[in-house]
Design a binder for this molecule. Structure first.
Ligand SMILES: O=P(O)(O)OC[C@H]1O[C@](O)(CO)[C@@H](O)[C@@H]1O
Length: 602
């Protein structure tokens, strides 16, 4: 089935004009502000007693089940939220995204990560050009290259097969691929193709992360993939130079051509770095970093580890949700419903955080990935037109797999602050275990908690109930659970590459929905720039003080004091042990390249 998106520019113009005003000025926003006061008076216990309401709050698509009946919302609330979506021109904004309009206006870019997983015969245009053939051109090249590495026809400088891969990258060039890799690693279907292979991720510029990554690896059998959209990110480039030194130190300069490849939108810089452009895999400026896992950013490392066929299945799962998001009516549209409920929780009920709680250890890197997708996208203070927002946008995302989280921060969620929770469960475990004498197997035990926690949050436990249990009076208030704490539950049929793709796209689009409703630009990230530029000033100072003995100057009292102390202690330390020797002592594996690894590289 082909996937056609055709821009209706005339209607876009009209809706764009309509969307310039702040959404908080709309009748539906004001109506919800009044309505929320009624909802606050109603406990979830009462809401849950209405089976008709609960039934209407279950949506299914492509074997994913969403139950949002434990939201502090009535059917009236939901209808009002759909009205808000209309007032925010949500449908038009989704169309504009899919039709390649430059909706990332501050960077003058389209937002087309959906094209990365489109079928070969789909037509998705940016600036009037169908980008799908380019996408598939790179996918074909990735398939061919990963197969050559996997079947041993691409070998290292000494003729050995490259079984180990280190992917260097940070932020969007790391978190998405790490999430998918962690989820696939325990999937027997995917993992059968990964035998004898290792995939590692080097993100942090901390030399400890370098050491951890190269521990136990032999440069002769290692392929380094440098992943950076811009190819200028300081941490990634320093890590890339460090691993280049590691390879050259062991195998000589000519080995770089066989042991280092790159993924970037900036191919001239890839070449300048010394990586053969033929060994570079492109993507495009219409792919945001945090939305890039379906580009070569994720496809290359994952194909090297699991084979291209597994990755293609992952892309298909994401594509299924793209089609659903594009075409399903609002009331059946899972990402739209999720996005609207987040708006309700943040902007009306006033809950600033959200916990992402997958009851699957394989999804342990899901919350960290969504943290970036959500918080870098929607943590904005002005509207897309540059007007200060009179309401908070974005939410604080965090999470851990259940049941681990239950023994950690759930206390606060049950009796402290109200934090809407996403419970994510999987019906069929990747790794079922059955013990003869146990009442339940491990997966049932896990899922018992998945099913129980949302009710504990919603219903709580009253003082009367505790009194009936003859609890000593002085413990009653301590053991009371107020309940009325919202959550939603997502049930996936299993956790294979396809489902992982579905989950990814569902959350990506949910975040977009929130941004579209709040009227912000979810696709830029200016907030990360200031810290980066201040670090440049510090970096220069460290270099000047170390190499030329220049005093610390041009900083406020606090930073000057800290920097001076840092330099002084390190100088004494180096005098005693030698900085490089210190590293070598901690990590003998760095001995070999101790002459090349430095802490500061200006
Ligand atoms: O892929 P790059 O260009 O190295 O950027 C890495 C990350 O850095 C950021 O720009 C934030 O600092 C992210 O948006 C991005 O994913």
């Amino acid at each position: 089935m082909s996937f056609l998106f055709i821009a209706d520019v005339s209607s876009i113009g009209v809706s764009y004009m309509a969307s310039v005003a702040l959404i908080s000025e709309s009748g539906s926003w004001k109506d919800l502000k009044v309505h929320v006061e009624d909802i606050k008076k109603t406990h979830l216990r009462e809401l849950m007693a209405d089976p008709g309401r609960c039934q209407s709050m279950v949506v299914e698509f492509d074997d994913i089940l969403l139950d949002y009946s434990r939201q502090c919302a009535t059917l009236e609330t939901v209808n009002k939220l759909f009205k808000l979506a209309e007032d925010a021109c949500l449908k038009e904004k989704i169309n504009r995204m899919f039709s390649g309009e430059r909706i990332n206006s501050t960077e003058n870019r389209s937002v087309l990560h959906v094209a990365l997983r489109a079928q070969r015969d789909a037509v998705i245009c940016s600036d009037g050009k169908n980008v799908v053939p380019d996408v598939w051109g790179v996918l074909d090249k990735l398939k061919e290259f990963s197969e050559r590495v996997r079947n041993g026809s691409w070998v290292g400088a000494t003729g050995k097969e490259l079984k180990d891969v280190i992917a260097i990258g940070i932020g969007g060039s790391f978190l998405g691929p790490l999430f998918v890799h962690t989820a696939l690693q325990t999937d027997p279907e995917a993992n059968q193709y990964a035998k004898g292979r290792q995939l590692r991720f080097l993100a942090n510029v901390d030399p400890i992360d370098v050491a951890r990554n190269i521990t136990g690896l032999n440069p002769e059998t290692t392929l380094v993939v440098v992943v950076s959209k811009t190819f200028t990110t300081a941490e990634t480039m320093l890590n890339a130079r460090t691993l280049r030194a590691w390879i050259i130190d062991a195998l000589g300069p000519s080995a770089v051509a066989k042991h280092m490849v790159a993924v970037s939108t900036n191919l001239p810089l890839v070449e300048k770095f010394g990586i053969d452009p033929n060994n570079a895999f492109a993507f495009w400026d219409w792919v945001g970093g945090r939305y890039s896992v379906c580009s070569a950013v994720g496809v290359l490392p994952l194909s090297l580890q699991y084979g291209f066929a597994v990755v293609e299945k992952f892309l298909k799962g994401a594509q299924s949700i793209d089609q659903h998001f594009f075409s399903a009516p609002l009331e059946k549209n899972i990402p739209v419903i999720l996005g609207l409920l987040s708006i309700w929780n943040v902007s009306f009920l006033g809950y600033p955080a959200r916990a992402i709680l997958p009851y699957s250890q394989a999804l342990e890197k899901f919350a960290p990935h969504i943290q970036q997708v959500s918080m870098e996208s929607n943590g904005k203070g002005v509207s897309i037109d540059g007007f200060p927002l009179p309401f908070e946008s974005g939410e604080i995302d965090f999470g851990e797999p259940g049941t681990n989280g239950q023994h950690s921060f759930y206390q606060l969620i049950h009796q402290g602050r109200v934090i809407p929770c996403d419970f994510i469960g999987v019906i069929k475990s990747q790794q079922p275990v059955y013990l003869k004498d146990e009442i339940v197997n491990n997966h049932d035990e896990l899922m018992s908690n998945f099913f129980a926690q949302p009710d504990a949050l919603a219903y709580g436990k009253t003082a009367e109930q505790l009194q009936k249990e003859n609890l000593p009076q002085h413990l009653i208030s301590h053991k009371t659970f107020t309940g009325n704490r919202p959550s939603l539950s997502i049930l996936l049929p299993s956790l294979n590459a396809y489902n992982i793709g579905q989950l990814l796209a569902t959350y990506e689009h949910r975040v977009a929905v929130q941004g579209f409703i709040w009227g912000i630009n979810s696709f830029d990230q200016w907030g990360v720039e200031l810290g980066k530029s201040l670090a440049t000033q510090v970096r220069k100072q460290l270099h000047a003080s170390r190499v030329k003995g220049e005093p610390v100057e041009g900083f406020n009292f606090s930073t000057k004091t800290m920097l001076s102390k840092y330099l002084k202690v390190l100088e004494n330390f180096s005098n005693h042990m030698g900085e490089k020797k210190f590293l070598s002592n901690l990590f003998p594996l760095l001995n070999k390249c101790s002459g090349r690894i430095t802490l500061v590289d200006v």
